[in-house]
Ligand binder design. Structure first.
Ligand code: SF4
Ligand code: SF4
Length: 235
């Protein structure tokens, strides 16, 4: 049964708001002055941002350019993570309840999805330090437009499947077997960034996101949409 936009009830008419078939990020609707990443942002980062604002107000110190990311580092979470890193060769992925991770060792190389390689630093790698893979809440690195694609690329470089002596079909089967153990890659890699992803635009209009959307088809005006680049990162 499809929801009806207008429903008559004895008291009058109930009207459902229009359902868009895409979700926009805030900066695709209004200008955003500054981004403070994190879900939630870490207290020491909030404090650092407040100090910048206070210095601007009281001493006339220059504020970062509008659109800057404030309260984050400038490298990947992996750089802050103190877990031991070795060469990664992943032959299968585990969901958190399927494995007890070896203490002190990189989670990703144990097959636990960790968005550390694709996520900007600033949280002191909180989650990996307690054995939970980073979910990517601080968002992408400054030069990365699509956080999920960046993570997919990181994963692709460490999947241990196939051998040089194998036929191409066998290698593809091997890779597929490893990837089949990765549950919900889209939901995992784009948990915080779907509205900004290139994938999202491709999903909407079959393009890479830089073509105007057919409003008659989507019912939503996003013509001229360009992913908004995040300008500067201020730690
Ligand atoms: S556990 Fe995660 S954040 Fe830490 S080094 Fe491994 S991939 Fe990077
Ligand atoms: S480790 Fe990842 S998910 Fe956890 S707080 Fe840091 S950025 Fe967010």
């Amino acid at each position: 049964m499809l929801p009806q936009p207008i429903t008559q009830i004895p008291e009058g008419e109930l009207e459902l708001p229009f359902f868009y078939n895409t979700v926009k990020s805030l900066d695709q609707v209004v200008d955003v002055d500054y981004y403070i990443p994190g879900c939630p942002p870490e207290p020491h980062q909030i404090w650092a941002v407040l100090q910048v604002v206070v210095a601007g107000l009281l001493q006339g110190a220059p504020l970062p350019p509008a659109g800057s990311v404030v309260g984050a580092g400038s490298v990947a979470v992996c750089e802050e993570c103190t877990l031991e890193k070795h060469e990664k060769v992943i032959t299968r992925f585990y969901r958190p309840h399927e494995i007890v991770p070896e203490a002190g060792v990189c989670l990703l190389e144990q097959g636990i999805v960790c968005m550390g390689p694709a996520t900007i630093s600033g949280c002191s790698a909180l989650c990996p330090q307690v054995g939970i893979g980073c979910r990517g809440c601080y968002g992408p690195l400054p030069d990365v437009q699509d956080q999920g694609a960046k993570m997919l690329s990181a994963i692709a470089s460490v999947v241990g499947a196939g051998e040089a002596s194998m036929e191409e079909e066998e290698i593809v089967r091997d890779i597929q077997a490893v990837m089949d153990t990765l549950v919900d890659p889209v939901g995992t890699f784009y948990r915080f960034s779907m509205a900004h992803s290139l994938l999202r635009r491709a999903d909407v209009n079959g393009s890479n996101g830089h073509e105007p959307v057919d409003e008659t088809e989507t019912g939503v005006s996003v013509s001229g949409y360009e992913p908004v680049p995040r300008k500067e990162v201020l730690a």
